[in-house]
Design a protein around this ligand. Structure first.
Ligand code: TRP
Length: 453
């Protein structure tokens, strides 16, 4: 007999609140900053298709697993994994899966906060009308000179981290939930307007072609791994963020429906971001492969030229900041939940401690654009390494272990009870995918990327 656990941290007020919070976690810089720049680096349509394939075959099934584990364990990912493993008569060593997630969360937040800091800076840049009068070159120069300025980068990184800590400190319902309700729809509408503007430029056709016409010759093992990593990154999977959000999910909510809704919304936003950005890249003759700076040089040019660009530009970067904010809180939540559970530290203090750790780690990312830019490993800076190791290694590895745990080790009865899908075709399809397709897919992509296959 199983008695239902209760979370000591509270619960979402409804299924809808969970969808909003989890979508808030998923939709962020990953969709609007990272997805377009990776698409540009890895050659357009082929990358987009790989990405969508990874979301469908690996992302959605693993998201269901993560929510399932979270709701069943109802604790921080570390304790959830320990209790569920114990329940199944397995080694409590599974808690290290939770630990890896906590570490990945710190590492991701450390560079995420720096990029969110660029967004903050751009609110001021757009607001003061700087993009209206600047030439394309001058707009590129605004970005480059920001990167050369560690003081300014540190200030913005610090400000963003403080914002993250404040919301996490306020707790599940009052903090996390309230932040997402209005801002997500607003971002969506503004993005639609941006796509509308992109349609009016003469790069639209070329942009659409670039995004949706796969040039397979551009595909590499490295690109495949990047697409997999991006699926994990964008859906917030593999480190316990969705698990900890699942631990606050009411018992009667359908895990399958909510997961599919969240993944669709997330993918839609990424595609819209691509549709808003690539036409501009072609219309203004910019480089598709210009890396992490892509949106910070293309979009300002558009804001400089479109009617009411100052208002739209400011609004856009404000909403992007909020999207980043509702994501960053989920990176901190697993560590904070653990500190509250195991160390008996108050939520506010825990948030401050965890935020401080991520902030310190982020200093390296700040410096990697200026003072430390020549310190490289495999030609990658500190920032590049953080991004690469977390998205392309830690998250897929975490996801792989989550899939193995749910589909191979957990008792089928527990899984069926938690998923609530019965034992019909949908359940069996999911089980097949989580047992075979997702884990084998991850392993093949890993081996392929390191040149083994
Ligand atoms: N998904 C978020 C984005 O796209 C980032 C994020 C939040 C994340 N929580 C996460 C990424 C957990 C990986 C794991 O911006």
């Amino acid at each position: 007999m199983t008695t239902k656990r209760q979370s000591i941290h509270g619960q979402w007020s409804s299924r809808w609140a969970f969808i909003m919070a989890a979508t808030g976690s998923a939709v962020g810089l990953g969709n609007i900053w990272r997805f377009p720049y990776l698409t540009g680096e890895y050659g357009g349509g082929a990358f987009v298709l790989m990405y969508i394939g990874c979301v469908l075959l690996v992302g959605i099934p693993i998201m269901m697993s993560e929510v399932l584990l979270g709701r069943r364990g109802r604790q921080s990912p570390i304790n959830t994994m320990a209790s569920l493993a114990e329940e199944e008569g397995l080694t409590s060593g599974w808690r290290y899966l939770g630990w890896m997630g906590v570490v990945a969360g710190f590492l991701i937040l450390s560079f995420y906060s720096v990029v969110a800091g660029w967004t903050l800076e751009y609110i001021f840049q757009a607001g003061s009308g700087n993009f209206l009068t600047a030439t394309d070159e001058e707009i590129g120069e605004i970005f480059d000179s920001l990167l050369r300025n560690p003081g300014q980068l540190m200030a913005m990184h610090t400000l963003f981290m403080a914002l993250t800590v404040i919301v996490v400190a306020m707790g599940v319902q009052s903090g996390l939930e309230r932040a997402v309700k209005f801002l997500m729809p607003a971002l969506f509408i503004l993005l639609l307007l941006m796509v509308g503007y992109a349609m009016s430029t003469d790069g639209f056709e070329e942009g659409v072609y670039y995004l949706f016409y796969p040039d397979w010759s551009k595909l590499s093992g490295e690109g495949f791994l990047a697409a997999l990593g991006q699926a994990f990154f964008s859906l917030s999977l593999g480190m316990g963020a969705i698990m900890v959000y699942g631990s606050y999910l009411p018992d009667d909510a359908s895990i399958a429906n909510t997961s599919v809704t969240i993944a669709l919304a997330d993918t839609l936003v990424a595609i819209m971001a691509g549709l808003a950005i690539f036409p501009l890249v072609f219309a203004y003759g910019l480089e598709t492969g210009s890396g992490p700076g892509l949106i910070f040089v293309t979009l300002p040019i558009a804001f400089g030229q479109m009617p009411y660009g100052q208002i739209f530009g400011t609004g856009f970067f404000i909403l992007l900041l909020f999207a980043a904010w509702t994501s960053s809180i989920s990176l901190l939540e697993p560590a904070v939940a653990w500190l509250v559970e195991n160390r008996g530290i108050s939520r506010a203090r825990s948030a401050a401690i965890a935020g401080l750790i991520a902030w310190v780690l982020g200093i390296g990312s700040v410096l990697s654009f200026n003072l430390w830019q020549d310190y490289r490993l495999f030609d990658k800076t500190y920032f590049d390494i953080m991004e690469y190791v977390t998205s392309n290694i830690m998250l897929p590895l975490g996801g792989l272990l989550i899939a193995v745990f749910t589909a191979w080790l957990m008792s089928r009865k527990a899984v069926i009870e938690e998923l609530g899908l019965g034992e019909g075709l949908i359940f069996r399809t999911w089980l097949f995918v989580v047992r075979y397709v997702a884990p084998i897919g991850v392993v093949i992509i890993f081996l392929h990327a390191i040149g083994f296959l």
